[in-house]
Structures are given as structure tokens and as C-alpha cells.
Write a protein of this length. Structure first.
Length: 315
């Protein structure tokens, strides 16, 4: 009996990531796909940072936030994608207990910071379009830096709560996580503890962050759309819309995927569908962001052409 109790309380040292294991024929394809997406993500976001750094015309609050978003997207993708690509190519599905906790901590940190970043960028566009005369005074350098640091601080608070509560649970029996990374719901599902209390805490904390940041975005864009409609000339309307259309697309992709993932009643009960949606908001969106902001933004395209001409690619 004593031996049985000791076995029950044996510390779990590793987990097995079993996401997409039921499709053995697609493992190599998934590995190539994840590796390619990661490479494009790093190169695309690094190019965005270089373009903004090298063109003095882009040294404005809007591009300061965009530069920080690119840094964040590279970190966000790096937490998950390389490990997942190796898992699919080598079949090494084991992740250590501490490795799983670290992955959850940083994924939650960067994911939360991204939501706050998108809200901050929406507020920046709201101020620029709805209060253009006050914009230089309101969006000063100090406030911009404080907003970026505040986004990361919010991410730190949320990831500490999420990781702390999740890994305070007991893990026994089969330690399989039905995902390709250590996402909070998947790890909680692998626990043998009563998770109701932890789930309620997560719902309140994560729900508040998602609803709060999404509300800032939607209210800001509500005012922006009303202001654009009321502009007297078609040229001013087009110019105002072009400065925020790329951000609107990025916001729609991110919050659409997050809402679909966590607000759908059947999402967690269908692991394969949950895994596929996760690929969209954890891996694909960080890759798409630099393309969205480059292709739909005249200033960035102009800066890119100028740098390419300087390097001799264009005459």
C-alpha cells in the first residue's frame, strides 16, 4: 500500500506530445511545412525590422509598434515551430516537464503580448485618424515605450498565472499531451487532478484579456470607420483607410483564430481540429504579418524599393 502511494506521488519528469501522431504518412510533410514557414517567418520579420531601421521616414510611432510586433512574432514562432518540426521529422515526441513548463510560459507571454500590441496599434491608428492635431503630443516616444513595456508586463503576469496554476496540478498515469506543443488546455487535460478551479481561473484571466484587447480594437476601429466616412474628399478617405487596412486584416486573422479556438464549444473535444486551428494562430499568422504590412502599405513598399535601388537591384 505504501509502495502504491509512493508511485502515485512520483514526480512526472516528461510528457509525450501526440498531436498529429495518428497521421504517420504526413509526418515528413508536416516537418518540411513547419520548417519552411519558420524560415519565411524569421526572414520576413527580420526584413521588416531592417526596412524600418534603415528608412528615417518610418521612424514614427506606427512603425515603432510594427517593428516591435515583428520582433515579437519571431520570438512567438521560435517557442513552438522548431521543436514541432523536429518532433515530426525525428519522431522525438518526448518533452521534459521543465521544457513543457518553459514552452507554455513563453508561448503564453508572447501570445498575450501580441493581443495587447494589436490593441495598442489600434489605439495609435485611432489617435492618428480621429485626433490628427493632437497625435504628435499624445503618441510621444515615452508613451510608445511604456505601451510596449506594458504589453510585455501584462504577458508576464498572465503567463505566470497560467503556467503556475497548470503545473500545480498532479500528473499521473499516461502523460500524453494531445497536441504538438504544451498548450494550456491540452496539458490540463493530461492531468489527473480536478481541474475545475484552474479552468475557472483561466477562463476569467484569459477571457478578460481577450475581451478587453478585442474591445479596444473594435471600439477604435468603430470610431475610425465613422471618421473616414465623414471625410470630405475621396482622396483623404483612401489615404486614411490605407494606413489602417493592413492592421485591420492582421487583427481579424489573430482574434478570429483565437475566438474560434477558445470560444467554440467543440474545439477542445476535437483534438485534430484544435491542432489545425492552433497552426493558424501560432505559426501561420506570425509568417503572414510582414507580408500583410508590406503588400498593403505604400510607405513600407516605397521604403523597400528605395533600399533595393540603393543595393543595385533596380535602376
Amino acid at each position: 500500500h505504501l509502495k502504491g502511494n509512493m508511485e502515485n506521488y512520483t514526480r512526472v519528469t516528461q510528457f509525450i506530445l501526440v498531436g498529429f501522431r495518428s497521421h504517420p504518412e504526413s509526418q515528413l510533410l508536416l516537418s518540411v511545412l513547419f520548417s519552411t514557414i519558420y524560415l519565411v517567418t524569421v526572414v520576413g520579420n527580420a526584413c521588416m525590422i531592417l526596412i524600418i531601421q534603415m528608412d528615417s521616414k518610418l521612424h514614427t510611432p506606427m512603425y515603432f509598434f510594427l517593428e516591435n510586433l515583428s520582433i515579437l512574432d519571431m520570438c512567438y514562432s521560435s517557442v513552438i515551430t522548431p521543436k514541432a518540426a523536429l518532433t515530426f521529422s525525428l519522431g522525438r515526441r518526448i518533452i521534459s516537464y521543465n521544457g513543457c513548463a518553459s514552452q507554455m510560459f513563453f508561448f503564453s507571454l508572447f501570445g498575450t503580448a501580441e493581443a495587447f500590441f494589436l490593441a495598442v496599434m489600434a489605439y495609435d491608428r485611432f489617435t492618428a485618424i480621429c485626433n490628427p492635431l493632437l497625435y504628435p503630443m499624445v503618441m510621444n516616444r515615452r508613451l510608445c515605450v511604456c505601451m510596449v513595456l506594458g504589453s510585455y508586463l501584462s504577458g508576464c503576469i498572465n503567463c505566470s498565472i497560467q503556467t503556475g496554476f497548470t503545473f500545480s496540478l498532479s500528473f499521473c498515469g499516461p502523460k500524453e499531451i494531445n497536441h504538438f506543443f504544451c498548450d494550456v488546455p491540452a496539458v490540463m487535460h493530461a492531468s489527473c487532478s480536478d481541474t475545475l478551479g484552474t479552468e475557472l481561473v483561466m477562463l476569467v484571466v484569459c477571457g478578460s484579456i481577450i475581451v478587453g484587447t478585442a474591445s479596444v480594437v473594435f471600439i477604435s476601429y468603430g470610431y475610425i470607420i465613422i471618421t473616414i466616412i465623414q471625410m470630405p474628399s475621396a482622396e483623404s478617405r483612401c489615404k486614411a483607410f490605407s494606413t489602417c487596412s493592413s492592421h485591420m486584416l492582421a487583427v481579424s486573422l489573430f482574434f478570429g483564430a483565437v475566438f474560434f479556438m477558445y470560444a467554440q464549444p467543440g474545439a477542445t473535444s476535437s483534438p485534430d481540429r484544435s491542432n489545425i486551428i492552433s497552426i493558424l494562430y501560432t505559426i501561420v499568422i506570425p509568417m503572414l504579418n510582414p507580408f500583410i504590412y508590406t503588400l498593403r502599405n505604400q510607405e513600407v513598399k516605397g521604403a523597400l524599393k528605395k533600399q533595393l535601388k540603393r543595393k543595385g537591384f533596380f535602376k
